[in-house]
Ligand binder design. Sequence first.
Ligand code: SF4
Length: 484
Amino acid sequence: MSFKTTCPYCGVGCGIEITRTGSVLKLTGDKESPVNQGMLCIKGQTLLETVGTDDDRLLNPSLGSWEKTIQAIAQIFSTTPKHQIALYISGQMLMEDFYVAKKFANAYGIDNLESNSRLCMYSTVEAHKRAYGADIVPVSFDDIYQAQTIFIIGSNTADCHPIVFNHIKKSKAFVVCVDVYESTTAQKSDLFIQVEPGKDMDIINNLPNQPWFKDKKVLSIYSQGITQSTDATDKVNALINVHIVTGNINKPGCGVLSLTGQCNAMGGREIGIKTSDLTATEFFSSNQIKTLWVMATNPAHSMINYRQFNTLIVSDFTKTLTTKDADIVLPACSWSEKTGHIKNSERRYLQQNAFLPPAGKSKPDWKIICLVAKELGLDGFDYQSADDIWKQMNIDDSWQPNIQVREELVEIKTPHRVEHNSVNNIRLLTQWHSMSRTGKSETLNKMTQRPDKVVSIHHISNTNFFKNKKVELDKYSKQPCFKG
Ligand code: SF4
């Protein structure tokens, strides 16, 4: 028997085939997938080492039974002013989870609903709106094979989106990499241009003068090195501007592509998961929020201004630094136990299909949200399956590459900002998303080397926060601080 599903790690969205013979599972890349044609990076290849149960797997609600735990959450929600409640969700969740979370927030009147993917993607969303009139992705992975030059800026594609980089190396394009350090991508590119932090705008502005850009079909690719930098929206618009003035847009092999980090970061962006009150970072920096429900993400590890809340509720499939700090922990199903849809960097809808039953008493995220909604007396949360939700979402999931976009130059207001005291982080091929899943793979852990120059800054800063709490930091604080 075989099942098809999709890798839960990065925004490439590689297709996977699981074959079951008796109780033995085998995982291979799906040769029929239009995204990866059977290729998988080492994280995808080792996914079976991360499924099932281990000592850290969350199997039961922390208050004993689902009934008691859901009643306790409803009691907390109903006695907390709504502007003091926030839901912090994640690009690891499926479209169906997002839809139900948003429906619940709307129905109950919670303005503070935010996805961790906004941290890395909203500069691109805003830049697209300014240039194209809407958040449109006008290129696809197919353009890689039609480009003459691939210009990679602020992205260690070889380690973070390895199958996209495999496509790039299989193409005949001349590959240029711009970064502040010599990443794996830099080492494997035809030309590496090292920039000082903050000088990337100068490089972008000078692109039309470069022989490898001028009169070539160019696909520009970027990720967090641009989107999480100072003046990120302007930098994305500057890059789009250059493509517009050189006619390098709306043609095969031409355009600008942002690589999304998490498997369904694009889905959160698509469904409009964005707070109408505070932003995600403000959940942590302002004292307004007293009750925070975190789902499928680990802000105690990854949010530098992480702070304590009156009540912290966490849904996850495994123990993390954040679940250690939680008042209530809800066991969520893991990737191998969930069914639903995600949307990759080129905006394809892809399916994740469960091939294992839920471990212990764990439940899919959408089902946990529905239980809380129903306990609070809300109607419309009686879904029996993810498919019920998908049908109600009524989404056209057909995929069209190379959408034509409006070409409107955007005024750049911050063209030459020099960054002092900037901090740059790096990513590794073998780890992902605070290691909550990849840390379970023996193969990946053996392959993981902490580079000499890496410092885990925010664990040091968090030490003050955690010093009075009975939290076992040892295991987690020894982990390098790599965020997916
Ligand atoms: S490239 Fe991304 S989606 Fe593909 S196997 Fe690797 S981690 Fe998974």
